[in-house]
Design a protein around this ligand. Structure first.
Ligand code: ADP
Ligand code: MG
Length: 508
């Protein structure tokens, strides 16, 4: 009943406005653009409410010159949009930065020409376009970054192949020597190659955010300890060089697990640690705590840094929002937000200027499963007959050596067609194939192999950031996916998984 009365009242109100002689004044006063009517001498003869509020501080601006009021000039503006509009016959806007407000205004003029062709005056409309400009700038930046992403993902792919060879060789050599000096040097090379690989991955993930399922069981304690170790040189040691101290304090609950993507979470935690370190230019304490509350795993990053104003907190997840000038990209927190969202988690930011910031993440906790410890303990694997297909000779040779070293019998082929012919005759236990090859894709090869022998396990190796929905292929044409560059452990683990699957199939 009340709602009905309300509707009737508002309808009556509108009817009254329409029948009043001031109906246009009402409409123009409601518009938030600045609207004025000027005579041929640039004198304002009518102005709407917004124009009076902004340029007359509430008083009417009628009688003033438009160039004085709108641009603080003493004579008509050189770039008055009226000139171009009169010349071209179409409305040409001009955008100006108004120093008095620190904002951009777009001005349009609509000339009033009498029947006899005389110029009588004009309507001037000015609109604040600061926000729109910001959006346009952001979108231009996004487009640029997306183009950059496309170029870099191609470079990253080639670079991954190089790193695969370096890492594979180094890891193989480490197994073949007992010379400690050599092992230390190889460790250093391996670390650098892995560092390069992680940079490449960042570029790839930036270019194409992953979809994929969250299939890893993450032990939050060990993942956070790992990230603290990885980031230590960058924030802790670097801070010490500058003569300040950032004290890390960890309070991590044992046996707290979530389902997730370890590389994504590593990335998110790294961003949070770097931001905290940036916020403590004079040193301070960064405490990282985890706890379990019923079925929720909570991770808290608390710093005693400079803190943020409410306005900054509001914008913290905006892509490209940064208060660090050239030192910031403004992509860290938007990335963290995306990652937390992908993990169906929540993120909460609390901050006080001069006191510090607490960022709390919460995820659904799960019980430990086996897939996170399998790396360390691959199951016993009987020697297998493995066919490796890749158009890169270096990759073929490194996989050949890695797998032979594990006791398998390995055949390598650089042509997909030859590989298929060979498979028809020799029927292998496992086929490892590259994703992108000139003759046919890895998925296609997988499909053809599966048609010949459905129990053969197909492992797809890819140097591309897999934006393809992995589940679309997994279990159909492809059984496992390995991303380049890979570690020996990843290969050993995947082969052992493939063998267990073959055993299962044979039992059935
Ligand atoms: P960047 O670090 O490149 O500036 P981010 O997206 O990581 O970009 O962060 C955006 C902004 O959020 C930072 O510039 C900073 O102003 C603010 N911010 C993020 N984390 C903190 C923190 N722990 N303390 C204070 N300010 C922070
Ligand atoms: Mg950052």
């Amino acid at each position: 009943m009340r709602q009905l009365n309300k509707n009737i009242n508002s309808k009556n109100k509108l009817k009254n406005i329409l029948s009043s002689k001031d109906k246009f004044k009402f409409i123009f006063d409601k518009i938030t653009d600045l609207i004025t009517l000027c005579d041929s001498d640039f004198t304002i003869i009518e102005s709407n409410h917004t124009a009076n509020i902004i340029h007359g501080i509430g008083e009417s601006i009628v009688g003033s010159k438009c160039y004085k009021v709108f641009r603080n000039q003493t004579k008509p503006c050189i770039d008055c949009p009226l000139k171009d509009t009169l010349k071209s016959g179409s409305i040409i806007p001009s955008v100006n930065y108004d120093e008095r407000f620190g904002e951009f205004f777009e001005e349009r003029t609509y000339p009033i020409i009498s029947d006899s062709g005389k110029f009588d005056g004009f309507i001037l409309i000015s609109k604040n376009v600061t926000k729109t400009r910001e959006l346009i700038d952001k979108s231009a930046q996004m487009k640029k970054l997306s183009a950059l992403g496309q170029i870099s993902s191609g470079v990253a792919h080639d670079f991954n192949n190089v790193l695969t060879v370096v890492l594979g060789r180094v890891q193989l050599m480490k197994r073949q020597t007992a010379d400690q000096y050599l092992i230390n040097s190889l460790d250093m090379i391996e670390k650098s190659a892995l560092d390069g690989a992680s940079k490449v991955r960042k570029i790839q993930e930036f270019a194409r955010p992953k979809k994929g399922k969250l299939i890893e069981t993450i032990d939050l304690k060990s993942l956070i300890e790992e990230v603290v170790e990885i980031t230590r040189p960058k924030w802790c040691d670097a801070s010490r060089i500058k003569g300040i101290l950032i004290e890390p304090s960890l309070e991590l609950t044992k046996d707290l697990y979530i389902m997730g993507d370890s590389s994504d979470l590593r990335n998110a935690f790294t961003n949070l640690i770097f931001n905290a370190a940036d916020a403590m230019p004079d040193g301070g304490v960064l405490s990282i705590k985890t706890k379990k509350e019923s079925n929720t795993a909570i991770v808290e990053f608390k710093d005693t840094g400079i803190g943020m104003t409410e306005e900054t907190v509001e914008k913290i997840f905006d892509p490209f929002f940064s208060t660090k000038g050239v030192l910031g990209t403004g992509l860290g927190m938007s990335e963290v937000y995306g990652i937390v969202k992908r993990h169906n988690g929540r993120i909460n930011v609390k901050s006080k200027v001069g006191i510090g910031t607490t960022i709390t993440l919460s995820f659904a906790s799960v019980k430990r499963t086996n897939n996170n410890i399998a790396y360390a303990k691959p199951t016993e694997t009987l020697p297998c007959r493995i066919l490796v297909v890749d158009d890169e000779e270096y990759i073929l040779s490194i996989l050949h050596d890695l797998l032979t070293d594990q006791g398998h019998t390995v055949t390598t082929m650089s042509s997909a067609v030859e590989a298929l012919n060979d498979f028809k005759e020799n029927n292998y236990d496992i086929v490892i194939t590259d994703l992108g090859m000139p003759e046919m894709s890895g998925q296609e090869i997988g499909g053809k192999i599966k048609k010949i022998n459905s129990s053969t396990q197909v492992i797809l190796i890819s140097g591309w950031a897999l934006n393809i929905d992995e589940n679309k292929y997994l279990g159909k044409t492809v059984d496992f996916i390995i991303k380049k560059p890979f570690s020996i452990e990843k290969i050993v683990y995947t082969i052992s998984e493939a063998v267990s699957k073959i055993k299962e199939i044979k039992k059935q």
